[in-house]
Structure formats: structure tokens, C-alpha cells
Write a protein that binds this ligand. Structure first.
Ligand code: UD1
Ligand code: UDP
Length: 423
């Protein structure tokens, strides 16, 4: 009997990471009847992704509202998913990551006793407010999940530490690596620079920042650090595709619009973003997905957060957590812009997040799991992690050292613009 699998997504990163899974399950049509379900948590940013991967959704819930609240969105997803699940019997619902879509859809499935499988399970920052609310969304999804697809050995370890039975945890690699590989196969990722950005050979700093926990003073600090960097390094250009959340655009536009060599642009499609990633010199980001993609292109990443649930790249020296303090961001970015040795050291190494075969592993494991076969994937079939995964695993004990502490006083001082130039 073919298995009916619901695959739910709603935001830009859900869709990028689920697209390879949808395409893989559709390929295995002798085994699966996949149903691609969009909550529509995002609209324009989601449509950009679906067009690039040519993924047609089977059911569209269209739930985004302007400046939506977490509670409002969660209620709409629960209600709509409940009706959907009542009308569409499923053998399993696949959810991805840590968004409200992932958590609320998993809960709705649990209430309908539909088994849940969680893609990108097991990442942990161990701080419920960072990232907020995503750390908790991901943990809550785990509670109602029966099959956990951990992207890396470290994520699998986190789940085992929480007493999840080993036979329910499969290490697959992150599907974002599959997504990047797919696009690289589809076309050469070499777009012209976005409209309005002169192609004059200037080194490009690519940045994104949108996390809820940074709204307000911390996002202002991040913007101040960009102003300072552009002043200190007159040869660089900063390209910042700004998230459509109005709480982000209002701060970023007030601080950074109409500044020389700072290019605020609307979100770009995935081809263009990967093209920028390939082209840029350095990445400054608080995005989860961008932290995973940058090492594929050997680009050093400065992580604009105080702690990350994706520590592998920083444990291998390919990323650095710099927090949201103006001083720290400027100091670390300056070092990479002026010290070739420091730059080359960070640009070396292989991406620790996946090998491009995650979706295939997920489909095989799902098929075996639904047919009662155990283990669902033999150890040798699972993703083994970075070549230096031992180093990652050893380093994970020292994660605290990879977090950045910034005092309230620092933040207040920066907000008032008291910090002296340090580059
Ligand atoms: C959400 C995710 C976050 C993820 C981010 C990815 C949660 C809790 N957070 O962020 O993990 O990193 O998406 O981008 O699920 N908007 C548009 N068009 C769009 C998308 C958003 O106009 O295509 C505007 C709308 O006004 C919307 C607002 O942005 O109400 C916020 O969208 P939302 O999905 O709630 O964003 P976040 O929760 O900040
Ligand atoms: N991305 C994109 N266009 C942009 C900015 C980002 O396609 O203008 C992609 C990026 O390559 C990554 C994903 O969006 O794969 C990250 O999404 P986001 O930062 O919104 O969410 P997060 O990963 O932080 O949850």
C-alpha cells in the first residue's frame, strides 16, 4: 500500500529545506503519495522559493497576516490544520525546523493521532529565549515527534541526551545542502549584482538580520556596526536583503537607508542569494540557513547572535559568534577585512552540515519506518558528519565558550552612541 505523507512548510527556510524532500518523495511515487501543504506563514518570501524549485503545493492555507502575532498565527494554523487532517487521512506528517508552522502543524497532527516525523530535529541552543521563540518551537515539536531526522551527529546526540530512544533518531545531513546542490545543478549561480549595486570589484559584505530577540536596541547596534565598518573600509560595499517583517524594516531603514555603499534591497530569490553568497567576501548574519550555507561556499561567517544552535561551523573555526554588540562586530569584521591569514584560516574547511543526500536518507528511512523495518537506517547509511566530526563532538562540551556575553551597560552605551570607533 502506498503511504500518504503530508509535507508541511510555510516560511522561506521551511520551503528551502523541504523542497528536496517533496521532490524526492514525488520521485518515489511507487511508494508514496506526497501531499505538499503550505500554511502560507510567509507569502512573497515563500513564493520566491517555490518558483525557484518549481514545487507546486497541493493545499494552500494562506494564513499570513500583516505584522502577525505568534499566538494569532499559531491559532490559525491549529484550526486550519485540524480541518485539513480531518479531510485528508495521512500515514505521517513531516514538519521541518523550528518555525511556528512546524510546531503548530506537529501539535495539530498529534491531536489527530497522525504520526509526526521531524526534519532538522535536535538542534539546541539550551536557552529558551535565544533564538526566540524558535528554540522552544523545536523542543515542543520533538515532544510530539515519533521519528526524528537529526541533521548532524551533534543534533542526534542532543536528542539522545533527552532520552529519546536511539532507534527513533536518524542522522541524515541537513536538506539545505541538498537544496544548494540542486540549484548548482540547475544553473550556474552567477547572477549580475542586484539592481542599483555597482559592479566595481569592491569586496562585498553580505548581511542579513531579522531575529525577533534582536528587535530594538540590538538590531540598532548591528546597524551601527555596519555604518562604522563602511566608514573604516572605504573600499567595501554592504548588501543587505531586508526581511519583510515590519519590525525589522522600520529599524533598518531608519538607520541605514540612503547611505553610501550600503545597499538595502528587498528579499532576493534563492538563485540570486546563492549567487551573492558565492560572490561575497564575508557574511554577517543571524539566519540559521545562511550559517549552514556559507561554509559550502567557503565564506567566513560572523554570527550576529549571542549563542547558536548550529555550533558545528564555529567549532571548526569557519564561523564566529560575535553577538550584537557594535564593538565586537566591528572588531571581528575588521580583522577579517584586514588580515589575510585570519581570513584564509576561516575560509578553509568543508561544510559540516550535510553531503547533499539528506532527502534520499529521509525517504528511505520513512519508507522502512512505516513498513515496520528496524533499524530504519543502518549506522553506515547515516550522515557521518564533518571529516573532523570528532573535533566537533569534543568541542561541544565547550559550547559555553562559543557564546558571547554582552552586558546591559554595553548595550545601553551603544544605543546612546557613546562607543568610540575601534577599527
Ligand atoms: C519567521 C520564523 C523564523 C524564520 C523567519 C524566516 C517563527 C516563529 N519565526 O520569522 O524562525 O527565521 O520566519 O524568514 O516562525 N512578511 C511579509 N511577507 C513575507 C513574509 C513576512 O510581508 O513573505 C511580514 C508580514 O507582515 C508578517 C511578518 O513579516 O506578518 C512576520 O512574519 P513571520 O513569519 O511571523 O516572521 P518571524 O516570526 O519574524
Ligand atoms: N535567503 C533568500 N533570499 C534572501 C535572504 C535569504 O533566498 O533575500 C535564503 C537563504 O539562502 C537561506 C534562507 O533564505 O537559505 C534563510 O532564511 P531566513 O534567514 O529567512 O530564516 P532562518 O534560516 O533564519 O530561519
Amino acid at each position: 500500500m502506498k503511504k500518504r505523507i503530508g509535507i508541511v512548510f510555510g516560511t522561506r527556510p521551511d520551503a528551502i529545506k523541504m523542497a528536496p524532500v517533496v521532490l524526492e518523495l514525488r520521485k518515489r511515487s511507487d511508494e508514496f503519495i506526497p501531499l505538499a501543504i503550505s500554511t502560507g506563514q510567509h507569502r512573497q518570501m515563500l513564493d520566491q522559493v517555490l518558483q525557484v524549485f518549481d514545487v507546486r503545493t497541493d493545499i494552500e492555507l494562506d494564513l499570513m497576516r500583516h505584522n502577525q502575532t505568534l499566538n494569532g498565527l499559531t491559532c490559525r494554523i491549529l484550526e486550519s490544520m485540524d480541518t485539513l487532517l480531518a479531510e485528508n487521512p495521512l500515514d505521517c506528517l513531516l514538519v521541518q525546523g523550528d518555525t511556528t508552522t512546524a510546531f503548530a502543524a506537529a501539535l495539530a497532527a498529534f491531536y489527530r493521532k497522525v504520526p509526526v516525523a521531524h526534519v532538522e530535529a535536535g538542534l539546541r541552543s539550551h536557552d529558551i529565549y535565544q533564538p526566540w521563540p524558535e528554540e522552544v518551537n523545536r523542543r515542543l515539536a520533538a515532544v510530539v515527534t515519533q521519528l526524528h531526522f537529526a541533521p548532524t551527529p551533534l543534533a542526534a546526540e542532543n536528542l539522545l541526551t533527552e532520552a529519546i530512544p536511539a532507534q527513533d533518531v536518524v542522522t541524515t545531513g541537513n536538506t539545505i545542502v541538498d537544496a544548494v546542490h540542486k540549484l548548482l545543478e540547475m544553473q550556474t549561480i552567477e547572477h549580475p549584482l542586484p539592481e542599483g549595486v555597482p559592479d566595481d570589484g569592491s569586496p562585498i559584505v553580505l548581511m542579513t538580520s531579522h531575529r525577533r530577540e534582536s528587535w530594538g536596541v540590538e538590531l540598532e547596534n548591528i546597524c551601527d556596526s555596519i555604518l562604522e565598518l563602511v566608514e573604516c573600509f572605504p573600499h567595501i560595499r554592504v548588501i543587505y536583503p531586508v526581511h519583510l517583517n515590519p519590525n525589522v524594516t522600520s529599524t533598518v531603514e531608519a538607520k541605514l537607508s540612503n547611505r553610501d555603499r550600503i545597499h538595502l534591497i528587498p528579499p532576493v530569490d534563492y538563485f540570486q542569494f546563492l549567487s551573492l553568497l558565492r560572490r561575497c567576501y564575508l557574511v554577517l548574519t543571524d539566519s540559521g540557513g545562511v550559517q549552514e550555507e556559507a561554509p559550502i561556499f567557503h565564506k567566513p561567517v560572523l554570527v550576529l547572535r549571542k549563542v547558536t544552535e548550529r555550533p558545528e561551523a564555529s567549532l571548526l573555526g569557519m564561523a564566529k559568534i560575535v553577538g550584537t554588540s557594535r564593538e565586537m562586530i566591528v572588531r571581528e569584521a575588521s580583522r577579517l577585512l584586514s588580515n589575510e591569514y585570519a581570513y584564509k584560516t576561516m575560509a578553509a574547511g568543508e561544510c559540516p552540515y550535510g553531503d547533499g543526500r539528506a532527502a534520499a536518507r529521509i525517504a528511505t528511512a520513512l519508507s522502512r519506518w512505516l513498513n515496520g523495518e528496524r533499524p530504519v537506517l543502518h549506522d553506515s547509511e547515516q550522515f557521518q558528519g564533518a571529516a573532523s566530526s570528532e573535533q566537533v563532538s569534543m568541542g561541544s562540551d565547550e559550547l559555553v565558550g562559543h557564546a558571547v556575553e554582552v552586558s546591559g551597560e554595553d548595550l545601553a552605551g551603544q544605543a546612546e552612541g557613546r562607543g568610540d570607533s575601534i577599527c
